[in-house]
Design a protein around this ligand. Structure first.
Ligand code: TXA
Ligand code: MG
Length: 316
């Protein structure tokens, strides 16, 4: 298996230099692990896309470390977007903004918009700011999984998922398990009002406190790969909200007992834990060679809605 590197300040410094020289660095974020490259290096971005097996017309998020970095990548930033940044960055929120001439087609999939995020994970923040200090401007990073597969929430999952495609100059930084466990909330800031394109830990209720939301659900104009119906899928068939039978895997809140003969993959005590353990539990189902995984979904909005969204795509 491809070696993962224990995190240290020296390693982060080395990783920042590696990024600048065109290498790929997989790094932890609070949501999921990212597959990072220099957002201005066309060849590195192309190699990252081919490792992911992702169609080249899909846009990628550019990760920055400071709100001041926004103006390099975006222009005509609406006031509500600035308020969202002030409130939720660093954090699990990606904003889709009108691009500057610096955000090339190979990042945006040819669209006039760029996705930006400041992650809160300290390893990620250190890596990005040290990369920017060395002369870079942003780290392009999709989730570090093959296209359509489950996002990795640990360095080992990255190594299992993509290790075979990495070369010697690339790095996988081990920063422990991702705290949140599902991808960032994506908010389209290209119109008069913000629109949620992908649910995540920054919830509609939290956003409503900052600004009014356009609930128009027209997702046709901006492509979000996470909004493809089948996505986040393990090899096992995922079935939602029915009783599990012997030999099947089960993911459900701890209050739901495990029927005889069923393989329990996760028993989170809270919705927060559910999000944190979901992807590793789906992966474990594959590791155990299960053909079916039953997921009993949590009720409620906010993060619970994000969990139901991911599970319904995994089961599509
Ligand atoms: O939590 C996350 O967002 C993680 C971590 C690594 O930051 N990243 C992530 O990236 O989930 P990815 O590429 O797996 O999913 C990002 C989604 C994609 O579906 C992409 O289509 C959408 O964001 N996206 C990125 N830039 C966009 C843009 N300019 N316009 C529309 N959608 C965009
Ligand atoms: Mg992804």
């Amino acid at each position: 298996m491809y070696p993962v590197s224990k995190c240290s300040l020296e390693l982060i410094d080395k990783a920042a230099s590696s990024l600048l020289s065109g290498a790929i660095v997989a790094f932890p974020t609070e949501t999921v692990y990212g597959l990072g490259v220099d957002a201005e290096n066309k060849d590195a971005v192309a190699r990252m896309y081919s490792i992911k097996g992702r169609p080249s017309d899909h846009p990628v998020i550019v990760h920055i470390s400071n709100i001041n970095d926004v103006e390099y990548w975006a222009k005509e930033v609406p006031q509500y977007a600035i308020e969202l940044m002030r409130k939720f960055w660093p954090g699990a929120m990606t904003l889709i903004l009108p691009r500057s001439e610096k955000a090339k087609d190979f990042l945006t999939g040819g669209q006039e918009f760029v996705g930006l995020r400041i992650p809160s994970n300290t390893v990620a923040l250190n890596l990005i700011s040290s990369f920017i200090k060395k002369g870079g401007h942003g780290v392009a990073a999709p989730s570090a999984n093959r296209f359509g597969s489950i996002s990795p929430t640990s360095a080992n999952d990255v190594a299992l998922e993509l290790g075979e495609f990495l070369s010697e100059e690339d790095l996988i930084i081990d920063g422990g398990d991702s705290e949140i466990g599902v991808e960032s909330t994506i908010i389209d800031c290209s119109r008069a009002l913000p629109r949620i394109l992908r649910l995540g830990a920054v919830t509609e209720a939290m956003i409503r406190e900052v600004s009014r939301i356009d609930l128009d659900n027209d997702l046709n104009e901006i492509r979000v790969s996470g909004s493809l119906t089948r996505h986040y899928s393990p090899k096992a068939k995922v079935v939602v909200d029915r009783d599990a039978k012997p030999g099947e895997g089960l993911i459900a809140l701890a209050e739901i007992p495990t029927p005889e003969g069923v393989i329990r993959l996760a028993e989170p005590k809270t919705v927060t834990e559910y999000a944190r353990f979901l992807y590793s539990a789906l992966r474990e189902g594959d590791t155990k060679g299960l053909s079916t995984i039953v997921a009993v979904t949590p009720q409620g909005d906010g993060l619970a809605a994000a969990i139901r969204d991911r599970i319904s795509r995994a089961s599509a």
